[in-house]
Design a protein around this ligand. Structure first.
Ligand code: 9Z3
Length: 325
């Protein structure tokens, strides 16, 4: 087989895998509601609808996807992601004037809540004397006020849409819905794919319906590869959007090589390479123009601050160049 035929065959097989993934996935419970919210959000913020209040729109994905092992799910495979990167980045994108679709794992870190304790309800609140009412503890008062103010403002202004997911099935179905809806934005749309997405999964049709029994002995299970959706993102869902993916490794020796590969293979505009233990200190942005190391500086506590500045800048250049073509 010559190489052109080979790559066409690969492409067809990817299409078949993707079709089968979506056809067999359990349908989203709130499909119509999510699709309505998305449509309204994009319509309201779009810089291309000419209502005068247009903003660039970014979809930030955040947290990790689960892989259920049973259809009536008792057990699942998970990963470590806290959602901190996605939540912090959302704050900086909002500050830079973007409207944000925050596609996040249920229960993970939320924008403006990063400084609050994990058990925030019990930690931040206390009973008033006589136990007739509750109040915010003095030591948390500024953090709580800030979180409420920023969050309410963003929701009230209609510039923050939060969409939750848990499983890989939910995540990819919502991502496809968001991407195809954002296609109308052309280069003004951006994808910032910080979610930690499972590479392997159990296809729905081969999955046990009921709780797997331990009496049958050791568990022998074969996981299928999750089809490479980034290719669909570039080819069909939102080909003109500005697209940033993340590459995570624990071995620094292969990190940049893998990031370079992702940049080329998935035709990303940028790949943010990070190593697990230093991910909050520094990241390396890999683009066709070269590599840039972005570090958290001493006066500023988040690496996402300089990272989002760099990305916004590159996105502006991308929009300008698209207008010339
Ligand atoms: C990342 O690399 C994110 O930066 C982190 C953020 C998940 C490390 P936290 O949520 O951590 O703040 O605790 N996300 C992408 C990870 C990923 O699954 N990338 C795939 C890969 O590396 C490509 S899509 O193969």
């Amino acid at each position: 087989m010559d190489s052109a035929k080979g790559s066409q065959a690969q492409c067809e097989s990817l299409h078949t895998d993707i079709e089968s993934f979506f056809q067999t996935a359990p349908p989203l419970k709130d499909h119509f509601d999510t699709s309505r919210k998305l449509r309204e959000f994009i319509q309201q913020n779009s810089p291309t609808t000419g209502n005068g209040i247009g903003r660039r729109i970014v979809c930030v994905t955040s947290g990790g996807t689960t892989v259920p092992l049973e259809q009536r799910c008792v057990r699942y495979i998970d990963n470590f992601s806290s959602g901190h990167r996605g939540a912090a980045s959302t704050e900086y994108f909002l500050k830079a004037g973007y409207a944000v679709i925050f596609l996040h794992r249920r229960g993970t870190c939320q924008p403006y809540c990063r400084s609050l304790p994990e058990d925030s309800l019990l930690e931040c609140l206390e009973l008033k004397e006589g136990e007739s009412s509750i109040q915010v503890r003095e030591s948390y008062s500024e953090d709580v006020k800030g979180a409420i103010r920023h969050n309410h403002e963003a929701i009230k202004e209609g510039i923050l849409l939060k969409l939750p997911f848990t499983s890989i099935f939910e995540y990819l179905q919502i991502l496809r819905m968001v991407a195809t809806s954002m296609n109308s934005l052309g280069p003004y749309g951006m994808f910032y794919l910080a979610a930690a997405v499972s590479d392997f999964y159990v296809p729905w049709e081969t999955m046990a319906e009921h709780k797997i029994q331990s009496a049958s002995g050791p568990l022998d299970m074969r996981l299928a590869q999750v089809p490479k959706m980034l290719i669909m993102m570039r080819k069909e869902w939102a080909p003109v959007a500005f697209c940033i993916s993340f590459k995570l490794e624990t071995d620094t020796n292969i990190l940049l090589e893998k990031a370079d590969m992702a940049l080329k293979k998935y035709k990303m505009n940028m790949v943010v390479a990070n190593e697990l233990s230093t991910r909050k200190e520094e990241v390396i942005v890999v683009a066709n123009s070269g590599r840039i190391t972005v570090r958290r500086d001493k006066t500023n506590s988040d690496v996402e601050n300089p990272l989002i500045k760099l990305i916004v800048d590159r996105h502006s250049t991308y929009i300008e160049e698209s207008a010339k073509n």
